[in-house]
Design a protein around this ligand. Structure first.
Ligand SMILES: *[C@@H]1O[C@H](CO)[C@@H](O)[C@H](O)[C@H]1NC(C)=O
Ligand SMILES: *[C@@H]1O[C@H](CO)[C@@H](O)[C@H](O)[C@H]1NC(C)=O
Length: 303
């Protein structure tokens, strides 16, 4: 089937069924910022390009910015593997701050690793204001494993897997390998907490940065989509901010069971109480959804 073939070729989201667009006429729209996932780029006509086009068809007049990290599509794709995430986030922050169309605020939608990167934007850069953050298959507690690489990048993944096993928390890896920067090893919790430059920082593992906590709570909604048959993300619980229990690599815990939540180190418990956290599930593998599902579940948050 076409859909199955597509998902072997593509790293990006795959729309399984094409439906007919719904046109709206007014321009009372909220701009939307997209951050693509690993192995993908801002402008691939079959993935992010298709998503952008679909949303533009559904919400007439909307401004959709699909982030390009680097000077061109090749750099953008490479930067999804080899770069410093903290620097990427800070570059994106300035780009958003300089875009006059975003002045009044924007919604953000991150695909896979792009989702945790956009959360960092929300926590570090409150201006312009992010309204809704939609995480599509994001890894908010990181990953422990790289079972399958999306798309055509499987040789890169073999290389990355080896490198991660040889020491994800060395300075070199933390500065240059993107996946190391959200590598979360439950068997080496101290190393993770001490040396993870990106994930442990935004997840308040070393200290509670009150600014992060305050900024994240400025969101109207934080929507997390989990893929029920995900074969790319390990453990899949991370898509709802859950993870493996510390000290072992079998049993998982939900966000609500975690220390992060119980001590409310990031404001997530407060957001949950206020009805700001939305947990959605989609049947299918990583980043695969139908237009019908998207329109029913996510489109309402973009209006
Ligand atoms: C609708 O408004 C946005 C934000 O001001 C603007 O970027 C976009 O071009 C407008 N679209 C149309 C069709 O006027
Ligand atoms: C907390 O986060 C803000 C925003 O990124 C940053 O400016 C500040 O330096 C951080 N504080 C600490 C103690 O790390």
């Amino acid at each position: 089937m076409t859909a199955a073939i597509l998902c072997l070729l593509l790293a990006g989201p795959v729309l399984l069924v094409a439906g007919s667009p719904v046109y709206k006429s007014d321009n009372g729209t909220v701009p939307l910022v997209l951050w693509h996932g690993m192995g993908d780029s801002c402008c691939n006509p079959l993935s992010m390009g298709a998503i952008k086009k679909m949303i533009e068809e559904d919400i007439a007049g909307i401004y959709v910015l699909s982030l390009m990290i680097g000077k061109n599509v090749i750099e953008d794709t490479e930067n999804g593997f080899f770069s410093d995430v903290n620097e990427q986030v800070s570059t994106v922050c300035s780009q958003l701050a300089q875009d006059p169309k975003l002045k009044g605020g924007y919604n953000a939608m991150g695909f896979s690793q792009g989702a945790q990167f956009l959360r960092a934007v929300a926590q570090r850069c409150p201006s312009p204001p992010m309204k809704n953050l939609i995480s599509i298959g994001g890894q908010h507690q990181g990953v422990y494993g790289l079972p399958r690489c999306p798309g055509e990048s499987s040789h890169i993944c073999d290389m990355i897997r080896k490198a991660l096993n040889n020491g994800a928390y060395t300075d070199l890896m933390q500065k240059h390998l993107v996946q190391a920067q959200y590598w979360h090893d439950p068997l080496n919790d101290d190393l993770y907490k001490k040396h993870s430059r990106f994930l442990a920082d935004i997840n308040q593992e070393r200290a509670v940065n009150e600014t992060y906590k305050k900024n994240l709570q400025l969101l109207e909604k934080f929507i997390m989509v989990k893929f029920l048959q995900d074969t790319v993300v390990d453990p899949v619980d991370t898509e709802w901010f859950g993870f493996l229990k510390t000290g072992q690599a079998k049993e998982t815990e939900t966000l609500q069971d975690s220390v992060l939540y119980k001590e409310d180190r990031l404001g997530l418990a407060a957001m949950d109480k206020a009805g700001k956290l939305v947990f959605l599930a989609s049947a299918g593998d990583h980043l695969q959804f139908t237009r019908e599902w998207f329109n029913a579940n996510l489109l309402p948050y973009l209006r």
